[in-house]
Design a protein around this ligand. Structure first.
Ligand code: ZN
Length: 411
């Protein structure tokens, strides 16, 4: 067991509910043979010699790797880091979920200089988040605003929303975050209405305003490709979808995965003067060749690594080539959330950052991609990319500073 697992277990990041809801699959085969006559009974809990082991629920299968390979602890990132994808403020309470001073202590421990708080909301939520984080800890936190989707059906929305973005900038917001609400949840005419398309023309003034105001758009559309496929034994994210069936976008009236990406690409094409950061490795970390083609087509687009270290690290050679080729277009991000344990791959803490650093900086082999008892996104482990200092500097902070148009780190 490595340190990450040990400390995760101590903290109990895997919830009891998770354990109980996941126990669907069985591995192993039923006992067929019987112990030979005269054989001494095995101790309780262990199979008789020569018999098959009883079936084992998949959730209880925790194989310990027998590989004896290098384990590097990267306590601090080699260069100061900007995490471009975090959610530190809490909207309804209009106050931080975890005191910012506590968050800063963890940041200092792992050489995390700045957290970009994407979900600052708008209006009072936004000004509250900016006061509690950005103003209280200058250059350690910056906050983005979000469109008010609830008003998208109103007449005059387009111009109003563009105006709101300008006001948010005046209030201190550094960019605009677009959640997957657009394309998967937002409907015209209520809950049973039609899904609003990502490239719906009513948003054009908003995208243009972002370009005019120098506000980068952090956009998340779609979700992992497997979320658009049936939840069956062939689905590599079966356990995750089994635990969170509401994350499935298979069937019903959801557009196919590739249609979502195509609609997003039409937005990129129509607004070349707007800078977009396509979160979660351009929404297709499983297909870096396709992400590369997208980046080749749209020079106004960057990508970010949030919650996809498990995808990056399981294809280390392809990923290292991707980081090399697109070293000016990839931003470091984790999708960290300081509260909650439902998604261990996003739980803010030293363990989380050390996994990302280990993957990007070392050539370690076959380690966990999340601080959790079981791999939460799929049953695999990851490998280090061993990126060069030159690439690390860009990915850790230089690219983010350029995209934000801000000097956050001195020196
Ligand atoms: Zn996120």
């Amino acid at each position: 067991m490595n340190n990450d697992q040990t400390s995760a277990r101590k903290r109990g990041t895997w919830t009891r509910r998770g354990c109980l809801t996941l126990g669907a699959g069985l591995i192993g085969t039923a006992i067929r043979g019987r112990a030979a006559d005269g054989q001494v009974a095995a101790p309780a809990g262990q199979p008789q010699q020569g018999t098959r082991t009883p079936p084992l629920p998949l959730i209880e299968f925790e194989p310990k790797s027998m590989l004896h390979v290098t384990e590097t602890t990267v306590a601090r990132a080699r260069f100061p880091v900007i995490d471009f994808h975090t959610h530190v403020s809490r909207r309804r309470a209009q106050k931080p979920a975890v005191p910012p001073a506590e968050i800063v202590k963890t940041m200092d421990a792992v050489n995390l200089h700045t957290m970009v708080n994407l979900t600052g909301g708008s209006g009072e939520d936004l000004s509250g988040a900016i006061a509690a984080f950005d103003r209280a800890f200058p250059r350690r936190f910056v906050t983005m605003t979000e469109p008010a989707w609830t008003r998208a059906g109103e007449t005059g929305y387009a111009a109003w929303q563009a105006d709101e973005i300008a006001k948010a900038k005046a209030a201190g917001a550094v960019g605009v975050k677009v959640l997957k609400t657009l394309g998967l949840y937002l409907r015209d005419g209520g809950a049973n209405g039609t899904l609003v398309k990502i490239d719906d023309a009513r948003f054009d003034p908003m995208w243009d305003a972002c370009g005019r105001l120098g506000m980068p758009v952090a956009i998340h559309v779609g979700d992992p490709e497997a979320f658009f496929l049936p939840i069956d034994r062939f689905n590599e994210r079966y356990e995750e979808l089994h635990a969170h069936p509401d994350w499935s976008f298979h069937g019903r009236d959801f557009p196919p995965f590739k249609e979502i990406l195509a609609a997003r690409d039409r937005v990129f094409a129509r607004h070349p003067k707007t800078t977009f950061v396509a979160l979660h490795v351009g929404h297709w970390a499983e297909n870096l060749a396709a992400v590369g083609e997208m980046l080749d087509r749209f020079p106004n687009v960057h990508v970010e690594t949030g919650a996809r270290i498990g995808e990056i690290g399981r294809q280390p050679r392809t990923a290292a080539r991707f980081f090399d080729r697109y070293q000016d277009r990839v931003l470091f991000g984790t999708d960290a959330i300081p509260l909650g344990t439902e998604t261990p791959q996003q739980v803010f803490g030293e363990d989380l950052y050390r996994i990302y650093y280990r993957c990007l900086e070392t050539e370690d082999e076959y380690f966990d991609y999340a601080p959790a008892r079981l791999p939460p996104q799929g049953r695999w482990r990851i490998y280090g990319l061993g990126l060069s200092d030159r690439i690390l500097r860009k990915v850790y902070n230089a690219n983010a500073q350029r995209v934000l148009g801000m000097k956050l780190i001195s020196g």
